[in-house]
Design a protein around this ligand. Structure first.
Ligand code: OFO
Length: 165
């Protein structure tokens, strides 16, 4: 059985994962209208993954005697100054998510909820991977600079960088 403190903290994370999915969906749409199909495909996949992260939490809360809450979400940015800006935002957001997961791990230890602590380890590993992918993408974008041909190749290659769930 989840304590109220843990239930609330997990519900907060459910909201964050849902917002992440919306943020990446908005990024996918922007990339698509800008004609970068590869980047759009990558961001649609990221958006789906965040929904999976959310659902995993939802099932866990409900299975452990809590009640997963579906709440109103903050509207994401829908336009960006550049692809570099967009991926910088993505990295910043993933760092925020990692911080939130770390906080959750901390709370689970304080509450002596070792089942939740164990469950959260998957998210800890996932965040390491997601931050690493975001950094790799930013490194590539920095290399390309303003080169249009480079952007074309980047758009073609980004599909191979898809993060596993
Ligand atoms: Fe990319 O954040 Fe979920 O966990």
């Amino acid at each position: 059985m989840l304590s109220k403190t843990i239930e609330e903290a997990l519900n907060n994370q459910i909201k964050i994962e849902a917002e992440s999915s919306q943020i990446y969906l908005a990024m996918a749409c922007w990339a698509e209208v800008k004609g970068l199909e590869g980047v759009a495909g990558f961001m649609y996949a990221q958006s789906d993954e965040e929904r999976e992260h959310m659902l995993k939490l939802v099932k866990f809360v409900n299975e452990r005697g809590g009640h997963a809450k579906v709440s109103a979400l903050k509207a994401p940015d829908v336009t960006f100054n550049s692809f570099k800006d967009m991926f910088e935002l993505l990295l910043k957001h993933e760092m925020f998510v990692s911080q939130s997961i770390n906080e959750l791990v901390h709370i689970s230890l304080q509450e002596k909820d070792y089942a939740t602590h164990n469950f959260l380890q998957w998210y800890v590993s996932e965040q390491i991977e997601e931050e690493a992918v975001a950094r790799t993408i930013l490194d590539k974008i920095n290399l390309i600079g303003d080169d249009k041909g480079g952007l074309y190749l980047f758009d073609r290659d980004i599909q191979n960088l898809t993060v596993s769930t």
